[in-house]
Every structure is written in structure tokens, then in C-alpha cells.
Design a binder for this molecule. Sequence first.
Ligand code: HAM
Length: 405
Amino acid sequence: MKKLKTENYKGVRDFYPRDVFFQEYIFETWKKTVESFGFEQYNASLLENSEIYKAKTSEEIINNQTYTFIDRGDREVTLRPEMTPTLARMIAAKKRELSFPLRYYSIPNCFRYERPQRGRMREFWQLNVDILNVKNDKFYDIEIIKLINQILLNFKATSSDFTIKINSRTLLNAVYKNYYEFNENEALTFQRLLDKKDKITEAEFLKEYEKITDKEYKDISDIDDKEVKKELNYINEIIDVCKSASISNIEFDQNIVRGFDYYTGVVFEVFDNDPENNRALFGGGRYSNLIDLFETVKDDVNISGIGFGIGDVPMMNFLESRNLLPEFVNSTDILLGIISDDQKVIDYADSAATELREQGKNVSINYDGKKVGDIMKTAEKNSIKSVVVIGEKECEEKKYEVKSL
Ligand code: HAM
């Protein structure tokens, strides 16, 4: 019989204990930071009815990147590529019972059929943080940016390690309408082109651009239009408040448009300043009519949200390239080695392990009758910090020593 390959499915990862340790470190730091800002954790299944992505996601994701299948009951099912539509569905489902504003976070695994590359995998975990249904958008737009900044500082990063780039869909819409004079369809085509801008050459961009419009490609700040100026002022106000709160690494960038169709207000992405890690670290923005896609929400009710997602893969690259990961520590505190096959010694060792566990220690027993040197080596190799060796002598004297390595 042909033996099986040990390779896993393309674009997913196996997590050995060391990998789990570092991933948990990231999750714990995320959790601690967002909980310190008053966010509560929610969760959901990774299976969703496909229709929730079709109305307002990104064309690229829906056409090329979803894992979709038909179940045995003829339902079209998708493995979630992102969490925002699920959150919108959950909020719409319990709209009457929930007391707004809400601060919700989750760390789901998501699935996208992408080309695996540095910073991008087909299965990844993503911190999702959202504030829903507030009266004063501006203050929360600012707070979300402060939170992003705090997350990175809590990983011991400094502001020179990353750049926050911000733009606004309201601003872009004013540009599309008043400068380009696009209709809705043209605007969407144009926006999708802008979203691709970084991934194609300038010549390719210009070729596509000229197909859509014969207007000159301008800096938004040079467009002389009242509405455009007003929206640009809003962004500049946010930037100024952030700067006065010591967030110096924030800038307006008219090329940040974001791929999802549901954004309506501010949009932002955070970039790692290490050029090796060139994919966005965080992405998010304000969305005002995703929740009212659901039947429980009346047409005249508008529940808006602002939030962001950050993946474990780019986060890990960010930390690794700056040596910001902690030292691996095994969750086992003590390796207890028995260097005898005598049942009396084994019974004594078992009672010693029980005693240590009652004191709150995690104890792993090695019954394989190895030599003291071997036990030390095993502990060291597995980053276990302490060792207990029990043989005839310890059993007779009813005494053992916890040796710290
Ligand atoms: P997104 O820009 O698609 O936004 O993803 C946000 C972040 O998730 C990215 O910046 C990256 O860190 C991570 N990410 C995305 N795709 C992958 C991948 N294939 N592998 C590893 N990491 C990845 C959203 O998903 C929005 N739903 C975020 C949001 C929440 N907007 C409002 N609330």
C-alpha cells in the first residue's frame, strides 16, 4: 500500500504545542487589551448560509475566495471568510433585546481561498472588534484608532514600527459624484480598481483608469469642491485628535479604499513598517447599512457600526521580525522521572505527583525508567523548568527535591 503524505492541506497550519503557545500569547494580548476598553466576547459557527455574503461583501472574496458547498439538504453553505456579516446577522436577530451601544469582540478562524503568501493563509484567526449603534460617530471613530494603537503598544511595539492610513468612503463618494460625475455603477468599478492599485503596475492601473474616465487623476486635497473639502476636514480632525493623543504615525491616504462594499464612512488600514511584511496588518472602517439587510430591521432604522479585523499571521510576522515574542515556556511545570521499575517506588512517585498537583503545579510523569541525565535532557529540550527524580532512595526516605533548571 502506498503510504500517506504528512503534508497538510494547502494554506493551513498544524499547531504543535510551541505554535499554540505563541498563538495563545497573541490571543491573550488581544483579549486583555480589548477587554480593558470594555469589549465583550461573542462567537458563532464557522458555517454560514452563503446568502449573507452575497449582498454586500467584496467581489473578489465572493467570486474567488470563498469555500462554498451544498449540504445534504441542498443548502448553500460557506465557511466564513470574515466575521462582519455574521456579527450583523447576530445584531439584527436580537436587535430588540440588546442594549446599545455595544462593544463586541471575537477571535474566529476564517477561511479564504487565497494564494498562500507571507502574511496570508487560507485558514487564519482574526481578532474582530466592533462598536455598534452609537450617537456620536466621531468620538468612536477616534477611539477605535486609539485602541488599535494600544494593541500594538501592548505587544511592546513603538510608533515607528507601524503606520495607520486613513481615508473615508463618504469622502470618496463625494469625489466620485462631484469630481468624476460617476453613476453608482461607475463609482463601484472605479473603487474596485483603486482597491487593486497596489497589486498592479502603474501602466496597468492607468490603462484601466482611462477606460472609466477621462478626468485627470488628482490628489483629493487639490479638488476644489465644498463637499469634498468638508469630508476631508472630518478626516483631518480625526488625525489631529489622534496626534494630540501621541499617535504620531497616522496619515491620510487616498489609496486606502478597502475591498468590502459595506463600508460607508471612515476606512483605515495599518501597515507594518518592515517592508518584508508588506500586507496590511489591520483593516476596518465604518459600515452603516449592513445590519439593515436583515428582515428584522425596518428600512428607516439605521444601525451603524465601526470596527476592524487583524489576523494572527501578519501579527506573528510583525512580532517575529522585531523579536517581540516571549520566551517559550512549557505549561508543564515539573517533569517527574522515576528511575526504578519497583512498584513501591512508582506508588511513592505517584503520591508525590498528586501532592505537587494539589499545590497547583502541572506535573508530567516519566515512567520509562531513564537515567537522571536523560530526564534532565528531556526537561531541557521541552523547556520544562523543574525536575524531580524519584528512585529507591527517595522512596525509602519519603523525601524528594524539586530541582530548578
Ligand atoms: P480584511 O481587511 O479582509 O477585513 O481583514 C482584516 C485583517 O485580517 C487583515 O488586515 C489581515 O490582518 C487579516 N487577514 C485577512 N485575510 C487574511 C489571510 N488570508 N490570512 C491571514 N490574515 C488575513 C475584514 O475582514 C473586515 N471584516 C474587518 C472589519 C471588522 N471591518 C469592520 N469590522
